[in-house]
Write a protein that binds this ligand. Structure first.
Ligand code: SF4
Length: 219
């Protein structure tokens, strides 16, 4: 079974019927980028605790940069891999420092997808999923971030090969998914992966996609 626009639209429709059509939650681009760096290899709750601690401890992203990695690592400990993430975060903020000393990323909703991708993916600690999340959530650009849940569901549905990487699936979805479907498809696949198509013991008996799923365990 291959990735095909018509089938994707059917699956997206079933997911929307089950979970609704999520609304955008626009966030400043730098905030979304920092959240993305903190979120790697940890749960959302841990990322959120680390992000809240960071915002409470420093008055600005410039202050985070100037504090240095060692001090930042202490604050973001709840996110895990704190030393590594702190180094990447400070390095990224340094890279985004303008001549006047402020930190900023000159990307907006009208930015070309390729240009945004090039800018974001070149930053330290910014992988394909983080870049895509910034593009989708902060810039409203048409990409479908693929994390571990989305990839697992896609593989079981036959939308991705068993050995296909998240980055490759993400690139393919970016071409085939209509812009207005990118956000709901991403969020609903994510939700479906967490609630129903779980890594262990998927709940096929309760799955709204079971009739379209080649690996359904529903008898
Ligand atoms: S039928 Fe089962 S394996 Fe297929 S998408 Fe649903 S929960 Fe996942």
């Amino acid at each position: 079974m291959k990735l095909e626009a018509g089938r994707l639209a059917v699956l997206a429709g079933k997911l929307a019927a089950a979970y609704g059509l999520p609304s955008p939650r626009p966030a400043p681009v730098l905030d979304e980028l920092v959240r993305g760096i903190l979120s790697q290899a940890t749960r959302d709750a841990n990322r959120d605790r680390a992000y809240a601690a960071l915002r409470a401890s420093f008055p600005s992203w410039e202050a985070v940069r100037d504090a240095g990695a060692r001090e930042v690592a202490v604050v973001i400990r709840p996110a895990g891999l704190a030393n590594q993430k702190a180094r990447r975060l400070v390095e990224t903020l340094e890279r985004l420092t303008r001549p006047d000393g402020t930190v900023g990323l000159e990307l907006g909703p009208g930015t070309d997808v390729g240009e945004a991708w090039g800018r974001l993916a070149s930053l330290p600690g910014v992988g394909p999923k983080t870049a895509a999340c910034v593009m989708l959530f902060a810039l409203g650009l048409p990409v479908v971030p693929v994390d571990t849940h989305v990839l697992r569901v896609a593989r079981r549905l036959g939308l991705a090969g068993q050995r296909e990487s998240g980055a490759r699936l993400q690139a393919k979805l970016g071409v085939i998914v209509p812009p207005e479907l990118c956000l709901p498809l991403h969020l609903n696949l994510l939700r479906h992966g967490r609630l129903v198509c779980r890594a262990r013991r998927p709940r096929c008996e309760a799955c709204c996609l079971a009739a379209d799923c080649p690996t359904s365990r529903r008898s």
